[in-house]
Design a protein around this ligand. Structure first.
Ligand code: SER
Length: 885
């Protein structure tokens, strides 16, 4: 089965079972606790935690994931990867273990046609319920194994959701290793699908990985992940993920570059596979906006690139390896992931630049490394000194793992302890006196000051132009002025004139490119004020060598800027409408203006009602449709204030100020960029309103394309709802109300019938009472009963047996658990007996405990199969009580 069909089979299966199909989130997550998206559930974390109401109770996605925790295994095993597509189904407070297990089993055995007896299951150590469910579905006990925290528990973020897992593994047969099931680690039993039963909220953990549970989740649910690579390997009978159709063209491109086929075994095979696998991660990371850097996610990308390059050199590929291999990834996967084509030029530029710069350091570093290896051997030592590894890392940017790998290939180890000590020492030194970052930051500020004093002020052209001829007047790297910077360098630039808007007044900075006349290409990643009035362009050299004095074409990303101006003008209109609606006190206290999205904070003392929000949204859209002219003019500050311009508290403006008017209803001091006419804002759609402090409210809204997409999603959801209800969207609320009423009536009837049934059952149980001593005893196993019903039933049965000494004990199985309840007559209770005494031993037998004082007691346990035995024990206790009594 081709991977395209594997994907559609998955999506079709879950959408036809009521799951909303959700696109993959980008690899850069919208979550500060996470560097890169590493699981399908990332984007749903707020739903599990109850921070946001999920717009649907179940979802399915195919998520792009990047993980480097197993990077050392890549190429060495058949199954590990640093990038993969994870297919998942999710429930937010909807279904739980039973359905999740049934779905997985049906899809694997029927949808994908996997042989049942090749599937092995693992469950969390104390999760009897899951084991019970798998056995009920037909998996024999011999193919179910229990694993602990390390393997079968998942958590994300702190605080974050967590819960036990159950995993499905596929037995690839004796050619892949020895027998024994997934509990023995290895190649034979491949973990393909992880079902996580999200149940708790976790707190901060210790170094050993233990963490406290803070409580139950607002929405208990399900998070699963089925690895596309691994399933494809099985369904395509490929030995390795590199030989599935997901990676084969890339694997071939590496073989082409090496001029030979990958051998069946050995270190060369590892290198072929590392280059293949990493090329895919690299292409996807860059496509989602990651650029190589010294730290953070940029460092992860840099490490992957450097590792791939080094392995390519081991294969004798001396020329560029990343451009061709990433191009093959784009060619092979862009049908499914169009962002690869969209960013193809950027990918090529970034990998080429990084490869050029790393090739230079690699040559120097390799010489150092080779010398160190020879020297170590001559000394007959088994370990490369930690100092060498540190120097390689510190000066040449060789990640420790690369050094360890190179040493391993030479039959040596690395003194990692010494390395860690050196690194630690460096960190401590850096920390001492709060220096390092501060020192760099201070140095940078000094540099800014020096440049600002020396250079003429940048002429800002961005109100009228998105591109302009500009000259680089200042160039910085690592906090100091440099004369030039080569491909792969991160730099900060000052230009004599610039169309790039620097972040201010809530509007974030522009991005774009700078192409100099001598062919140097830069990606401008942000624009900010280094000092007041001093504009700095943050950039990454993609191609060539940039020197101070170079001249070229500065070009702002036009589409992104169009989104920014829409949001900025919408913010002004919103401000005017909020004040007109709520009063003059409701002034802006802060804002964030992003492309097609805005956040607006204002003073107000209570939450806005739905009517007020509706009115505000309508009024903003009304103004937009009136198409007011947007004009900017300059004046003295006093003049502007006299003209009624709103100046925002805390923002600094010089004596000459810029005023932006929208129609005749909005006048603000503002340096931002705006639409020329109100209608260019497009659609305005309010998303949310919340409190962010005392007397401070926040609204978030979408404009332009984002607003349209949002409305479209809502329309589709309503359409789906209507079609489920078998009616038109306009009739849906009425139809749903009717159904809910009918349901409530049915539930009432049902509970009345159920109560009657239980009364009848109590009557029957009472007739089965046995005389014991002076009293009567009922001990019975009952079926199909819920916990609270069982308590009612014992009490009711007792009540029917009249005045004398009576004991009633009932047991039942409910959702894989044992339930017990007992009641004793009031005479026995007044004489000093507690009903829980009858259950104490019986409860232990079913693996639980009983407690409480009073004439009524209940207990539960994990072993329903021991219920009969437990009832016998309870009968014995009751008989003793009645005979003595
Ligand atoms: N979050 C789990 C995992 O990544 C299941 O999707 O394995």
């Amino acid at each position: 089965m081709r991977s395209t069909q594997i994907r559609t089979t998955f999506t079709d299966f879950f959408t036809s079972r009521g799951h909303q199909q959700v696109p993959s989130s980008p690899l850069i997550p919208d979550d500060p606790t996470l560097l890169l998206a590493n699981a399908g559930m990332n984007q749903f974390k707020p739903y599990f935690l109850g921070e946001t109401t999920p717009p649907f109770p179940r979802a399915t996605s195919i998520q792009k994931c990047a993980r480097t925790s197993d990077i050392d295994n890549v190429g060495r095993t058949n199954r590990h990867a640093t990038f993969f597509e994870m297919m998942g189904n999710f429930s937010f407070g909807d279904y739980f273990k039973e359905d999740a297990i049934a779905f997985a089993w049906e899809l694997l055995t029927k949808g994908y046609g996997l042989e049942k007896d090749k599937l092995w299951i693992t469950v969390f150590e104390d999760d009897d319920e899951s084991e019970h469910l798998w056995r009920r579905i037909g998996v024999p006990a011999s193919r179910i194994q229990r694993l602990g925290m390390e393997d079968n528990y998942w958590s994300m973020g702190v605080p974050g959701p967590c819960g036990p897992c159950s995993e499905v593994n596929y037995d690839r047969g004796p050619a892949f290793g020895k027998e024994g099931g997934p509990a023995i680690d290895g190649e034979r039993y491949v973990e393909i699908w992880n079902l996580v039963f999200m149940q708790f909220q976790r707190g901060e953990g210790d170094k050993k990985g233990n963490f406290p549970i803070l409580g139950e989740l607002a929405r208990k649910g399900v998070d699963t992940g089925l690895g596309l690579d691994r399933l494809a390997a099985i369904l395509q009978d490929a030995q390795n993920v590199c030989t599935t159709d997901l990676l084969l063209p890339t694997f071939d491109s590496v073989q082409d570059l090496a001029g030979r086929a990958c051998p069946a075994e050995g270190e060369e095979k590892v290198s072929f596979q590392v280059v293949t696998e990493h090329a895919r991660s690299i292409a996807f990371l860059i496509a989602d906006g990651v650029l190589p850097a010294k730290d953070g996610r940029g460092y992860i990308l840099r490490r992957l690139m450097r590792r791939a390059i080094r392995h390519a050199r081991c294969l004798g590929i001396d020329g560029p390896v990343l451009p061709a291999t990433t191009a093959s990834v784009i060619g092979n996967l862009s049908d499914v992931w169009p962002e690869l084509t969209g960013q193809a030029a950027l990918i090529e530029q970034v990998v080429t630049a990084e490869e050029e710069s790393f090739t230079r350091t690699l040559a120097q570093g390799t010489r150092l490394l080779d010398a160190a290896i020879t020297h170590t051997r001559e000394k007959r030592s088994a370990a490369l000194p930690g100092e060498t590894a540190f120097e390689l890392a510190d000066t040449y940017g060789f990640p420790l793992e690369l050094t360890v790998e190179a040493a391993r290939e030479a039959g040596l180890t690395v003194d990692e302890e010494r390395f860690a000590a050196l690194l630690d020492g460096q960190k401590k030194r850096a920390k001492a006196g709060g220096k390092a970052k501060t020192a760099e930051a201070l140095r940078k500020m000094d540099t800014y000051r020096e440049l600002a004093a020396r250079l003429p002020r940048t002429e800002f052209l961005g109100y009228e132009h998105l591109s302009a001829e500009a000259t680089v007047t200042g160039l910085m790297s690592g906090g100091t002025v440099v004369p030039s910077a080569g491909a792969g360098a991160e730099v900060e630039l000052v230009l004599d004139r610039s169309p790039f808007y620097a972040e201010a007044g809530g509007q974030i900075g522009d991005t774009g490119t700078l192409t100099t006349t001598d062919g140097t290409v830069l990606r401008i990643t942000d624009t900010r004020y280094g000092l007041e009035g001093f504009r700095v362009h943050f950039a990454f050299v993609l191609e060539g060598e940039l020197t101070t004095g170079a001249t070229g074409e500065a070009q702002v990303d036009a589409e992104r800027r169009a989104g920014l101006v829409r949001s900025h003008s919408a913010t002004h209109i919103l401000h005017a409408v909020v004040m007109a609606t709520l009063g003059d006190h409701a002034r802006q206290q802060g804002s964030l203006v992003e492309p097609d999205r805005l956040r607006f904070d204002f003073a107000h003392f209570t939450a806005l009602t739905p009517d007020q929000l509706h009115h505000i949204e309508q009024a903003v859209n009304g103004h937009v449709l009136d198409d007011p002219k947007v004009t900017a003019w300059h004046a003295d500050r006093a003049e502007a204030e006299a003209a009624g311009a709103i100046a925002l508290f805390g923002e600094k403006y010089g004596e000459r100020v810029r005023i932006v008017d929208i129609g005749d209803f909005s006048r603000e001091l503002c340096g931002g960029t705006h639409v020329a006419h109100g209608s260019q804002v497009g659609t305005f759609s309010l998303l949310s309103e919340s409190s962010i402090g005392s007397n401070l409210r926040r609204v978030e809204a979408l404009t332009g394309h984002s607003a349209l997409r949002h409305l479209d999603t809502e329309r589709r959801l309503l359409g789906e709802l209507a079609s489920l209800l078998g009616t038109r969207p306009t009739e849906a609320p009425g139809a749903l109300r009717k159904r809910l009423e009918a349901l409530a009536a049915a539930q009432e009837t049902l509970s009345r019938l159920r109560a009657e049934e239980l009364r009848h059952q109590a009557g029957q149980l009472a007739t089965q009472a046995q005389p014991v001593g002076q009293g009567q005893l009922v001990v019975r196993l009952v079926t199909g009963i819920a916990p609270d019903e069982l308590r009612g039933l014992v009490a009711d049965t007792l009540a029917r047996l009249g005045r004398g000494p009576v004991v009633v004990v009932l047991g039942a199985e409910h959702k894989g658990k044992a339930l017990l309840a007992s009641a004793i007559s009031s005479g026995l209770h007044q004489a000093g007996t507690q009903a829980s005494r009858i259950l104490a031993e019986a409860a232990r037998t079913v693996g639980g405990g009983s407690g409480g004082r009073g004439p009524l007691a209940s207990a539960g346990g994990r072993h329903p199969e021991a219920l009969n035995q437990a009832l016998e024990i309870a009968a014995y206790e009751a008989t003793r009580l009645l005979s003595n009594g």
